[in-house]
Design a protein around this ligand. Structure first.
Ligand code: CA
Length: 235
């Protein structure tokens, strides 16, 4: 994962999902000229296939597409654990509201017609935001401290008895704080990709962790359930 990221930052790889040839080619020309590697796909099914098939730095996603629309592309990508920033290309302003309302979908949107320079600025911004947070330092919430360097969780200044897995779980939440993590994404980050862990196992570990860090485990303040999706850490 780390090697892939390093490789990708040399020349950003952008997947353009757009069925209008003029727009697609214009984007390809401009983005290639500015040092990106660009691949174009023209329908929703191909977008899901290519989006999950390889690591991308950014996905530009049109909404009105053959086969399935941009929203129906976003959802399966996210539930497959793809964390690549997605910028939606929208033709209408009412679509923008829908994009911003997405719980775990797009990162940004631009309204057509857009200027290439504006789009490139947006691309740089989402790439900056998605750069992995440094896995270092001490994070505090309530009377707890998560010490990422010493791999230790402390409560009221004293190390608590947490398993390595619980530490990884809490670190993942701390680093993604404020964002909803789906159970699939939690499994990928904590147990590793291609591990066969059921949602129940995730829930059980969350319960254990809550008992160790929450002032009132039955009414959690930090490690919150998000119904039908997963969990969110709120500090
Ligand atoms: Ca279109």
């Amino acid at each position: 994962m780390k090697a892939a990221y390093r490789e990708r930052t040399i020349m950003p790889r952008i997947l353009v999902v757009e069925d209008e040839p003029d727009i697609a080619l214009g984007l390809q020309e401009d983005l290639t000229k500015h040092g990106n590697v660009v691949e174009i796909v023209r329908d929703g099914d191909a977008a899901v296939r290519r989006g999950t098939g390889e690591p991308w730095d950014v996905i530009l996603l049109d909404i009105m597409l053959p086969c399935r629309d941009g929203f129906e592309v976003c959802k399966p990508l996210r539930s497959a654990g793809v964390q690549t920033p997605i910028i939606m290309l929208t033709a209408r302003s009412h679509e923008a509201e829908k994009i911003l309302g997405l719980e775990d979908g797009a990162d940004d949107y631009v309204t057509k017609p857009f200027s290439p320079a504006e789009l490139r600025a947006r691309i740089r911004a989402v790439m900056r935001r998605s750069a992995p947070a440094p896995a270092s330092g001490i994070f505090r919430f309530g009377d707890c401290e998560v010490d990422l360097d010493r791999a230790e969780i402390r409560r009221a200044g004293r190390p608590i008895d947490a398993t390595a897995l619980e530490f990884r779980l809490l670190s993942a939440f701390v680093q993604a704080r404020g964002r909803v993590l789906s159970r699939d994404r939690i499994i990928e980050q904590v147990w590793g990709a291609n591990t066969y862990i059921t949602d129940r196992v995730v829930d059980t570990h969350i319960l254990h962790l809550r008992k160790k860090i929450e002032p009132e485990p039955a009414a959690p303040r930090f490690l919150l359930s998000v119904r039908g999706i997963g969990y969110r850490f709120d500090a």
